[in-house]
Design a protein around this ligand. Structure first.
Ligand code: PLP
Length: 474
């Protein structure tokens, strides 16, 4: 800030500004705003290296395990609530939110202003020293999470939160045997990857032992070849068989996503988790619910497990908690959490800036009624997609809760239509819509947009999909 501006601001703070100084200040503000708006696109563009150069550098300097979406990927340079902008100034409606992270919208001013204020005052000391944001956030999490979940441990990623949740279950039960669901995904560390039930994400050639997988509740392609409800939840009942036949009889816990994200938005039947919990309780095993992808209003409830009327023993949270700022946690009841007494700390866990982001996210969700919007816009999108499925046979199934919706692309013999989905996603991107992809067969169109999207946005998405499917004769 120039010296003359500093003088004026000092006078404003002291209420000693004269009329003429106020006019000068107004002029300077207007001039600044005009300067920003008049910035030529070429000025803007030349500051970025562009998609082609990024791809070249990526190939040379980034490990090849990291893929990217699209044959012709854009370079994104700006985000504003539900919109993204590329290096050429092209605007996109974001329907994936950085994989379920940006629930409150990109660069949400209400959230980032609180973070900026924190950054300018105290960025980091590690929570072995006393700061207040992390305890305030833990208190707020105890309020918004289901049942008697009360004590948190903060870390930075979803993987870490799951790893910690599993450790806590082992400490409490004194067992290190686990059960997970087929097609679930829980992270990239040795243990969380070993508990991941999708071949594509199981890179480690020597996974951890003591793990068994139960069939996932994927009614559209039931792994047991059954039909709900006549099946009487055989997939859940199998868990008891697994405990009896494949474990010592005392597994530490079962870990599951409340809605399986990477599996292709697999929503279990309403009574599934109740049955699972009953079985686990019989064997004193804990239920760990991974809310990394489903948490923070996405499903129309604060946490997706609340749609199933079950309280987990331990819950892991990440992604949307920071709305882009790295923060994660696992939370448990006081009884279970209080067994974790040996030293444990995470350098960046509960960092003042990340914690303030978490607090601001929870305030924003509450103040802007995002659970209601997620539910209402989710119903609108789901019903619209179901209508499209009647005319476009390539859409075999539409499923989801709130704004976590999947549309499964199939051929006439029900085999996964992944090439066709890639084609459709590329064309939608060219039309200004960023939509995600998941599913074990990579054939599920995934909608996980910022929860601030409007009725009009949903109509635009549906019209664009209709148009692209029609053009391709799908
Ligand atoms: C359900 C679930 N759990 C855990 C993870 C791992 O989270 P992170 O990538 O933050 O480590 C992911 C990542 O997508 C996820 O979807």
């Amino acid at each position: 800030m120039s010296k003359s501006n500093q003088d004026i601001f000092k006078k404003i703070s002291a209420f000693r500004i004269t009329h003429s100084e106020l006019i000068i200040l107004r002029f300077k503000c207007c001039y600044g705003i005009i300067k920003i708006f008049n910035r030529k696109r070429s000025d803007y563009v030349k500051n970025f290296i562009g998609a082609k150069n990024i791809l070249e550098k990526k190939k040379k300097y980034i490990m090849p395990c990291l893929g990217h979406f699209y044959k012709e990927p854009p370079q994104f340079v700006k985000g504003d609530m539900q919109y993204l902008y590329d290096v050429d100034g092209k605007k996109y409606l974001d329907c994936y939110a950085g994989v379920s992270v940006i629930n409150c919208g990109h660069c949400n001013q209400e959230i980032i202003s609180k973070m900026i204020d924190q950054i300018q005052n105290l960025q980091h000391v590690c929570n072995i020293y006393l700061t207040e944001n992390f305890v305030n956030l833990a208190e707020k999490l105890a309020e918004v999470t289901p049942g008697d979940l009360q004590k948190s441990f903060f870390c930075s990623t979803g993987t870490e939160a799951n790893e910690g949740a599993l450790l806590l279950a082992s400490i409490y039960t004194k067992s290190s045997e686990f059960i997970a669901l087929q097609s679930g995904l829980h992270g990239r560390t040795k243990l969380t990857m070993s508990l991941t039930g999708i071949g594509m994400w199981r890179t480690d050639p020597n996974p951890v032992g003591g793990i068994n997988f139960a069939p996932n509740p994927y009614c559209y392609r039931c792994p047991l070849g059954k039909k709900y409800p006549e099946c009487d939840l055989e997939c859940a009942n199998k868990i008891e068989e697994i405990i009896k036949t494949a474990t010592s009889g005392k597994p530490a816990a079962l870990i599951a996503e409340s809605i399986q994200g990477n599996a292709g938005i697999v929503v279990p039947p309403k009574n599934y988790f109740k049955r699972v919990k009953e079985i686990l309780e019989k064997y004193n095993a804990l239920l760990i619910i991974d809310e990394v992808q489903t948490g923070f209003a996405r499903s129309g409830k604060m946490f997706a497990i609340e749609n199933f009327d079950v309280v987990p023993d331990i819950m892991s949270i990440a992604k949307a908690l920071g709305n882009g700022q790295p923060i994660s946690a696992f939370i448990s009841t006081a009884k279970i959490a209080d067994t974790y007494t040996r030293p444990g700390a995470s350098t960046l866990g509960g960092n003042p800036v990340s914690s303030v982001a978490g607090l601001a996210v929870l305030d924003y969700i509450e103040n802007h009624n995002l659970m209601k919007n997620a539910y209402e816009r989710g119903e609108q999108l789901k019903n619209g997609l179901k209508e499209l499925a009647k005319r476009h046979k390539i859409i075999g199934d539409v499923r989801g809760l709130g704004l976590m919706i999947g549309a499964e692309f199939i051929h006439t013999d029900k085999s996964p239509a992944f090439n066709e989905l890639d084609q459709v996603l590329e064309q939608l991107k060219d039309r200004g819509f960023i939509i995600g992809k998941n599913g074990v067969g990579r054939n599920v169109m995934a909608f996980q947009p910022p929860l601030v999207i409007t009725e009009n946005n949903v109509n635009e998405i549906l019209n664009a999909i209709d148009l692209v499917l029609t053009e391709n004769n799908f």
